[in-house]
Ligand binder design. Sequence first.
Ligand code: ATP
Length: 328
Amino acid sequence: MTDTTTSEPPVTEAGREVAIEVHDLCYSYRKKDALNGVTFQVHTGEIHGFVGPNGAGKTTTLKILATLLQPQPGKGTARVYGMDVDQERRFVRERIAYMPDHFSAYRQMTVHEFLDFFAAAYGLSLAQRDVVIHDVLRLTDLVGRRDEFVKSLSRGMQQRLGLARVLVNDPDLLLLDEPASGLDPRARIELMEILQELSGMGKTIFISSHILSELSDLCDSFTIIDQGKVRLNGSKAELAALGTRISEYVLELESPCPGLRDALGGVGVECEAREGETRWLVRFERELVSTGVVLGAVLAAGADPVSFQQNLTGLKQAFMELTTPGVD
Ligand code: ATP
């Protein structure tokens, strides 16, 4: 580790400051390749979605950025605000916060004791801790829980407490590994609102998830990763401009239609539904099958359609096209 850092955050040709820059990063666990030449950028101030199926390499990348996993020599670089995560680890740690997908909260402590413990570990004085803890409790909507035991909190509250914990050192960049995992819809929405508020305060947020629908509204830009390779890194607008190969529609029927699956299969359409159901999810390759042909097959099978609506949009559609099923 070096004693001082002279690195300035790099700036793109468009004059935008770069918070994260990963170049040709590879990582192997023994003989298992987890990252295979990962390259992407995240701009300062963005909420960036890091999306990929199970085993894609999200946690490995996040741990390297968080300086918890050392990059392997000669296997690419990862920089945060221009600082090498390996060579300038201490300075990187001063600017970031990392929330793992599973974290151990000390269940026998109260919320205040828990946060005070971590704030003290960051070297904050008693007076500073009081102010900071009040601020992070307010931000994460936990003021009323200050004196409750961690073990008594719901899963959603525990996730918010995890977020409060990583905010005590006032980081510029939040690295969040699947923070919404296991939360009910309300808790997810509340968490997303907090992330938006943090973004409004100027923080850069790098958030991994495989829940696409919530990220498509939240994020300004995305990286899609699959099998240790980046399939896409770009803004929401770039994503929206992607050509789409697979069409997905929701077909609602007045009543169940025996034989519909075979009829659709006959024209090259995959479907998800059990015979006897009235809601069908149908997928087909846009270039090979037209929606007219699909509807023709539905009617020819004697079905009584109530609605037929396109289902996939934006990120979700790109994800389906750019990733492969059944990884790991
Ligand atoms: P998930 O969404 O399931 O958490 P992920 O996208 O975060 O997956 P990683 O956890 O980074 O993916 O794993 C990438 C690959 O590396 C996977 O094939 C995984 O099995 C493997 N892997 C991860 N950690 C280890 C480890 N400690 N030892 C061996 N292999 C590992």
